[in-house]
Design a protein around this ligand. Sequence first.
Ligand code: SAH
Length: 452
Amino acid sequence: MPEKNQLFEAEIEDITSEGNGVCHLDGMAVFVPDTAVGDKVKVRLVKVLKNYSYGIIEQMLSPSPDRIANDCPVYKKCGGCVFRHISYKAECRIKAGIVENAFKRLGGICTSYDTFISAENTTEYRNKAQYPVAELDGKAVCGFFAPRSHRIVPVTDCALQPEIFSEILETVTAFLNDKHIKAYDEKSHTGIVRHIYLRQGAHSGEIMVCIVARKDISRQLSPLAKILTGRFFGIQSIIMNINPDKTNVILGKKCITIWGKDTITDVMCGNIVEISPLSFYQVNTVQAERLYAKALEYAAPDKDNVIADLYCGAGTIGLSMARNVKKIIGVEIIPEAVENAKKNAQMNGISNAEFYAGDAGIIFAQLRQEGCSPDIIVVDPPRKGCSEETLSQIIEAAPEKVVMISCNPSTAARDAKILSQNGYTVDKVCGADLFPRTRHVECVVLMSRQKS
Ligand code: SAH
């Protein structure tokens, strides 16, 4: 039995979806952070469990050719990136492997994997950033939470965000300190400003600045509008979001527009889209467009097809398919996102799309009772995957094809397996990188109904 502090030499064989390297000691998996596939290392065991262990590098014997120099001062401190120490090519190889393994683990439900959709741009690709604000030495600072903690690492210039975000952040925090507006303190539930939340349309350049606070301070914030709009080109909307709750959910339900528009607009798959502060909008627009193009290729709809777009957000996927089909029916739980979706359809002259607010499974069941029978169902659920109700409704609706988009290959594989046991074959799986340098990876799955 291995023991804590035991030393051994090994070669890193793989990387897990959390970004840890994997090697073996007498057949037992040992997870070692900050390693790369091909590293030859002397490892010290730091935690020994029944079926696996954790180790750290005691000595680097020979580094992997995948390694590159890390260029970020807060790498591994901020909780964002996990792959900055290896080449992007190696990262894509690992991510493609994570997607394939998720499906292979479930007993060969798929044998056909498409070429992984890697990103051309691995910096400044995010169109959204949410920075927690905290008090440090009597001043408001913003940054990121350290991994698995609520300790703030002050940092404003993150390589994944547009450069202008850090300049805006500095302006906002300087304003807060100047006006003695206190940062929120989670533990005591005192103080005011919780987060600074920024969005920028990747194609339009329009910027939304949203200040999340415990209570309404819109009057105190109003001079900020003049400062921000005088200094930065592109700001179209300044919002205050009120979140009075003791929670780690970032946004509250209420938004007050301090200056400009209530929303910003961007272009996605050729459609103008309106984005409100509360709506989900893919953070990497360019890669999302490539992912949605793959979903359309998989759906391959006919002109007379009806497509249900479940978990549709602001409708971006369905609207990107609307011109190729007879009708789109979108379902989404956030009412503001549904309003955005309807407006997005209207703005783009799309009259064959309907959107409904509510739980995907429940609303789709009601729509089916009213006679809705889609030929193709597209689902794009959150990380936890589709609900049981949604899956059973899909099985009962028996569409010709199901196209599943997911930000979590494990739950996508789990849900695909359930469909594969209920009349569907998993034809193709494609991984896509919407979050370069982080551990996240997206996938799209094509399933078709077996001919009886
Ligand atoms: N397809 C959209 C959004 C995908 S993210 C896009 O690509 O932009 C997942 C979406 O599912 C979010 O908009 C979230 O609000 C929504 N959602 C979460 N739980 C839901 C549920 N139970 N029913 C319907 N929608 C849900």
